[in-house]
Design a protein around this ligand. Structure first.
Ligand code: PLP
Length: 475
């Protein structure tokens, strides 16, 4: 019976000639369309052979052709979507590493566009006409904003730490507190980066307490560096004692050893006035006197992925000569976005207004409340009887392995679907267009308005409307 049915399958050419297909897929690469038709027909053939479509015999050839065209349109549209595409982040995690960490300011985005679409002076000194340095575009700004003596910028902070250790301590010892043997997501672990750099890790103290004397006793003729690592993504609380950077600097001075601070996130100014935990700014850390300081460009700084190295001129010069520097160098688009981001910081109020990470972290209660009410209202109209919508109080997180204990009071819109579980709704939203990521809790889907842009409200509502209409069952 199955083989009889196969005669009803259209040929590849018949499908390709179909007027609907030709019209809808104008401009799509022919090879993609042909492949999609072949895949759909093959799937259909298997279904018919397996007897999965007992009714098809009665529906006729035209019906099967129509169905093939419809599935081909779907398949081509799916494959034409970029693999990397925007996602609406409704999780309230401001620096979500899996969703790209910091969003860039308008000026930073414009700067990327400018250098991407035109030649530039990335390594050309326009004054002298000679070869220039890509780092020169960032040096002045970073020195002004942090008080550093010299500057180097590489691909990310992991590369910054690797380069610094490899330059300053290859084949020698680096002393680190046992309380600071950090693992950051994506397998950046202090002991492993140390091994990769060719330096030998010397652990001192204990998990909860490391005293200045622990460092002093561990110093040997083989010691090259004292390293302080910010415990970015965890806190040790209770009976604790960390040796501060200032204390390390004192120990380093008396033993003639350089001190390095891996700050992780790095704040250019204090945000404690906005309800965030108080942390020393990069300038304050530099003033404490370590010889090298490193931090990320796309954590709290709110710029592009980059690793910023500040430090003593002679040490930075040695790093610039390390062949690794070429392997971890930043590209022109990063330089453009970082320069534009740093320029925003020349005026603090402007930085808070223009840099999305800072704006989201400091968003006022009123704005969150307004956005929440508006979203709830739009969602109620869209959901009808299919879901209950209400406003809740809750907390957002900083994310990106920064300020792990900070809880930022926020406004959440809760969706409780009537015919399906919140988990099923989230799955459909995640696979939808645009994709939406929220938080599922006690059979509600929670949307935190802190990380949702005003321009995303309408597309978000349409995505929820579509997902609720699809009804029960996940494709
Ligand atoms: C985040 C972090 C890193 C890694 O920085 P990336 O920019 O993600 O490479 C290294 N050290 C610390 C302490 C961090 O918090």
């Amino acid at each position: 019976m199955g083989t009889e049915l196969l005669r009803m399958l259209p040929s590849v050419d018949e499908v390709l000639r179909d007027a609907r297909l030709v019209k809808e897929l104008e401009g799509q690469p022919r090879s993609v369309v042909v492949q999609a038709v072949r895949d759909v027909l093959e799937r259909e053939r298997r279904r018919l052979l397996a007897g999965l479509r007992p009714d098809d015999e009665n529906k006729g050839k035209e019906f099967i052709l129509e169905q093939t065209v419809r599935e081909t349109l779907c398949a081509v549209r799916q494959s034409a979507r970029p693999n990397l595409r925007p996602v609406i982040n409704a999780t309230g995690v401001v620096l979500h590493t899996n969703m790209g960490r910091a969003l860039l300011s308008e000026r930073a985005r414009q700067a990327i566009n400018d250098v991407a679409s035109s030649y530039s002076n990335i390594e050309l000194d326009l004054e002298s006409g000679r070869r220039g340095s890509r780092y020169a575009h960032l040096e002045g700004l970073l020195k002004t904003l942090t008080g550093a003596e010299a500057v180097l910028v590489v691909n990310n902070n992991a590369a910054a730490v690797l380069l610094a250790l490899s330059t300053l301590a290859r084949g020698r010892e680096v002393i680190v507190s046992r309380g600071q043997l950090v693992e950051i997501g994506g397998s950046f672990r202090v002991p492993e980066v140390m091994a990769q750099s060719g330096a030998r890790l010397v652990e001192v103290g204990t998990t909860n307490k490391t005293h200045p004397d622990d460092y002093r006793k561990a110093i040997s003729p083989d010691t090259a560096l004292l390293l302080h690592v910010h415990t970015s993504n965890y806190r040790i609380i209770g009976f604790t004692r960390e040796t501060t950077i200032s204390e390390l600097v004192e120990i380093g001075r008396s033993a003639s050893l350089p001190v390095m601070s891996d700050l992780g996130s790095g704040f250019l100014f204090d945000l404690s006035g906005y309800g965030l935990p108080s942390e020393p700014t990069v300038r304050e850390v530099v003033e404490a006197g370590p010889d090298v300081v490193t931090f990320s460009g796309d954590k709290l700084l709110g710029g592009p992925q980059a690793g910023i190295i500040l430090g003593r001129k002679d040490l930075i010069e040695r790093m610039k000569k390390n062949p690794l520097t070429r392997a971890v160098r930043i590209d022109k688009m990063t330089v453009a976005a970082l320069e534009a981001t740093l320029r925003e910081y020349l005026d603090q109020e402007r930085a808070i207004r223009e840099i999305p990470t800072l704006r989201m972290l400091t968003e006022s209660r009123d704005i969150l409340q307004q956005r929440g009410s508006r979203l709830a209202e739009l969602l109620r109209a869209a959901a009808g009887e299919k879901a209950e919508i209400c406003l809740e109080e809750g907390f957002s997180a900083v994310g990106g392995g920064a300020m792990p204990t900070a809880e930022l009071p926020s406004v959440l819109v809760a969706i409780r679907p009537v015919q399906e579980s919140a988990g099923e709704l989230q799955t459909k939203l995640r696979r939808g267009d645009p994709a939406v990521m929220g938080r599922v809790q006690e059979d509600k889907l929670l949307l935190d308005v802190r990380t949702i842009a005003d321009a995303e409200l309408q597309p978000l509502v349409e995505a929820v409307r579509g997902a609720l209409c699809e009804g029960k069952g996940i494709k």
